[in-house]
Design a protein around this ligand. Structure first.
Ligand code: GLY
Length: 376
């Protein structure tokens, strides 16, 4: 068992990683249960509910506790005002009070939705994250970012609201589709690339074991990622100093690609981040910050686990200008400029505030042209 503290003064909490944890959840979560006469509120998506509700319910049955489930459809469609309204109404009807905890069992969608509902319910009640995807385990469940989407964009309505605990059972990844495993792996690699060259090198050597869910490698990758995230969040909980912004490495380029592909199954978020990290590395090399060799090393580390590392692998028919137009709607735009995460070296990211979007357009045109040539 690994226990990783997230040090945030009065909002501190632990992330617990333990294979088989779900089967003994009633014991692990005993500090977060409402009074004995009350049902325990669980939020899950339909798939996660089908997969784990029996094991979870059995664990609580054994100690005489009853669960109530709020089940949402899988996918981003659950991060909307109507679902949020239904969820908060359901929590109010259950009589959840400020001192109570709601359990979020699932991927990032369930965690973000439940966390935001708990941020606003009676001006804030507790919640416990039980992430069941690699991406949620190493990123979204830790750090307190909660949100829903609106017509104007993703995650535009939300709050910082820290969970009281994050409980991770790596065995849940055994049934995760391989494609989602790869998407989560991109976020793991991100921690190496942004601040830990040794971890990056370890992933170059052991990435395939992580993807294959070899227990020791998988737990090491999850725990190292969470330690890195916990350190950064403790330094800059509300993304004010620029430190937490490092976690957005690859996200600006990646988000533009996600927008161009319509936030569809063509490109999962983590897959966009993977391509975005390659573009950030190559753009860093173009500006003279990073060796060309390290930019290509980044592309290789992504390609070697089967993730797409070239934009030609997407069926895009757009210009650099079109991709940059998507960036102009980024919520990080400030006074007409967009801060970019770039690299000085593998393991050394920095926030550049002097990037000209025209230069990014020219770079993306080169990448698109270079990829087009590669196809002939
Ligand atoms: N996923 C980026 C962050 O938590 O800040």
């Amino acid at each position: 068992m690994d226990v990783i503290p997230v040090e945030l003064g009065g909002r501190s909490y632990d992330v617990t990683i333990e294979a088989g944890l779900l089967n003994r959840l009633s014991a692990v979560a005993s500090g977060y249960l409402p009074s004995a006469d009350q049902a325990i509120p669980f939020v899950a998506d339909r798939n996660t509910h089908e997969r784990y509700s029996q094991a979870v319910s059995a664990s609580f049955d054994a100690v005489g506790r009853k669960l109530e489930w709020f089940i949402v459809e899988p996918g981003e469609g659950a991060k909307t005002w109507p679902v949020l309204e239904k969820l908060t109404d359901w929590l109010l009807a259950l009589g959840v009070t400020r001192g109570d905890h709601v359990f979020a069992l699932g991927g990032g969608v369930v965690g973000d939705l439940t966390g935001f509902a708990c941020a606003i319910l009676k001006r804030g009640c507790g919640f416990v994250q039980i992430p069941t995807t690699l991406l949620a385990q190493v990123d979204s469940s830790v750090g307190g970012k909660t949100a829903i989407n609106t017509g104007a964009g993703k995650n535009l309505i939300g709050a910082f609201h820290q969970p009281s605990a994050v409980l991770i059972d790596p065995l849940t990844l055994d049934t995760l589709p391989d494609r989602e495993m790869g998407a989560g792996y991109a976020e793991v690699l991100k921690y190496g690339l942004l601040g830990d060259a040794d971890f990056f090198a370890w992933l170059e050597a052991n990435g395939s074991k992580v993807i294959a869910r070899e227990p020791a490698a998988l737990t090491h990758a999850i725990a190292t990622s969470i330690r890195a995230k916990a350190r950064i969040v403790a330094e800059d909980e509300r993304e004010l100093s620029g430190r937490r912004a490092l976690l957005n490495l690859g996200h600006t380029f990646g988000h533009a690609l996600e927008a161009e592909t319509g936030f569809s199954q063509e490109l999962l978020h983590g897959e966009g981040v993977a391509l975005g990290m390659v573009l950030a590395a190559r753009y860093s090399a173009r500006r003279g910050h990073l060796d060309d060799g390290d930019a290509e090393r980044t592309a290789c580390a992504i390609a070697q686990v089967g993730l797409r590392s070239e934009i030609t692998q997407l069926s895009l028919s757009c210009s650099g200008a079109k991709l940059v137009d998507h960036m102009r709607h980024d919520k990080k735009m400030e006074g007409g400029t967009l801060p970019f995460l770039l690299l000085n070296a593998v393991g050394d990211a920095f926030l550049a505030r002097d990037v000209k979007l025209d230069d990014v357009t020219a770079f993306l045109d080169e990448q698109l042209a270079c990829n087009n040539q590669a196809e002939f």
